[in-house]
Write a protein that binds this ligand. Structure first.
Ligand SMILES: *Cc1c(COP(=O)(O)O)cnc(C)c1O
Length: 397
């Protein structure tokens, strides 16, 4: 296999197109899809040497595949991470990062405003294995500090968070982790490496649901854990190799090819989201608009300090609670009702009754999820059409 011409010193946009490229002897220009479970060996001696780890090469696609490797290398280059491992879904990435590292007796500190399934892993699965946790308001740095215990091993957060787009100070929390001898893991699904690279602020692990903006077209599930070489060798690789949350080479290929346009797409998502947020903020039936790069976002300055764009998600509240929110959703003519996000198609969801339905009413209100709140993943359609669609739906709401 021929590898990259001159990897390493390229800028991000070049890495997004060429990072990790590995060509077969056919010298194909587009990355090859190696849809294979296994690999053949020339001799029995070669098989023995590969299993001993004495020579390189692939053995079995549960723990290594050329297409998946290209995807991992390209993602690592974009995040500025030493290495990465792809997984079948974002949740497989979150649980592999946690379960490969934590043991009975360990303690985790996590921000309350977390993707629903992440919260389930921390609150319901980890405790069954003797791993305790403390939930904090992610925006409040003091809460992170006071939650630390001698046995705290991992800090986990999402920024911007789902669905209220609250921002966590990455540098401050990374310092607290460092001082406590713990690792900081950041779920970077909403921002993508184009808009935010948590390792530049001291994060030790970055996790992605590549299902979202990395795929970008709502086609395939995938996830990724990015980390240092020692974390990979000591924890992640043996866990993934033996428990098998591996990504299909086909899904890895889709996401690998999607990285080529990620930068262009994220700029367009940000531009459209800004237009839509400004439109909504000027509408009399809209009582609140949350978008990190709008000056009225409570953590606007922090967002500008650690992100290069506000992202593609806009969250807003309509007057009249659930009844108006449902009437608006049902009246939309372009925007679909869907709990997914990061698609080229604009998607709207009502968090109270869908993604955050399982939380208690108190927990929901603690996160700012009110009955009139709607989360809009702004797609790549013409922003004028999206604003007109929202305008006619708001008339009904
Ligand atoms: C979607 C999502 C996940 C879970 O990813 P899947 O690919 O659906 O398993 C985790 N975190 C965040 C922030 C997400 O948006």
């Amino acid at each position: 296999m021929a590898t990259n011409k001159k990897p390493g010193n390229w800028r991000k946009r070049t890495q997004a197109v060429r990072g990790g490229l590995m060509r077969s002897p056919f010298q194909e220009t587009s990355e090859a899809l190696f849809l294979t479970s296994g690999y053949a060996y020339e001799t029995a001696e070669e098989a023995e040497a590969r299993f001993r780890g004495e020579v390189g090469g692939f053995q079995y696609s549960r723990f290594g595949n050329p297409t998946v490797s290209m995807f991992e290398e390209r993602m690592a280059a974009l995040e500025g991470a030493p290495v990465g491992r792809a997984t079948a879904t974002g949740m497989a990435a979150v649980s592999a990062a946690m379960l490969s590292y934590l043991s009975a007796g360990d303690h985790v500190v996590a921000a309350k405003a977390m993707f629903g399934s992440c919260r389930h892993v921390v609150e319901s699965i980890l405790p069954r294995f003797g791993i305790t946790f403390t939930l904090v308001d992610g925006e409040d740095v003091d809460q992170w500090r006071t939650a630390m215990r001698p046995n705290t091993k991992l800090l986990f957060l999402e920024t911007p968070s789902n669905p209220t787009l609250s921002i966590v100070d990455l540098k401050a929390v990374a310092r607290i982790a460092e001082e406590g001898g713990a690792l900081l893991a950041v779920d970077n699904a909403f921002a993508t490496p184009v808009l935010q690279r948590p390792m530049e602020f001291g994060a030790h692990i970055v996790i992605h649901s590549t299902t979202k903006y990395i795929d970008g077209q709502g086609r395939a599930l995938g996830g990724m854990v990015l980390c240092r070489q020692d974390f990979l060798n000591d924890h992640l690789q043996p866990f993934i190799r033996n428990t098998g949350p591996s990504i299909s080479p086909f899904n890895a290929w889709l996401h690998l090819k999607s990285l080529e346009t990620l930068d262009l797409r994220m700029r367009a998502h940000c531009e459209n989201a800004t237009r839509v947020a400004d439109f909504l903020a000027g509408h009399r039936k809209v009582t609140r608009v949350l978008y990190p790069f709008r000056p009225d976002h409570p953590q606007h300055n922090l967002a500008r300090a650690q992100m290069e764009g506000g992202g593609g998600v806009v969250t807003f509240e309509v007057e009249g609670g659930k009844k108006s929110a449902f009437a608006l959703a049902n009246a939309l003519g372009i925007i679909d009702i869907s709990n997914n996000l990061g698609d080229a198609k604009s998607l709207l969801t009502h968090p109270e009754t869908t993604t955050h339905q399982k939380l208690t009413p108190e927990a929901r209100l603690g996160l700012g999820i009110t009955a009139g709140l709607l989360r809009l993943s702004v797609g790549l359609e013409d922003a004028d059409d999206l604003c007109e669609d929202l305008d006619q739906a708001l008339k009904v709401a």
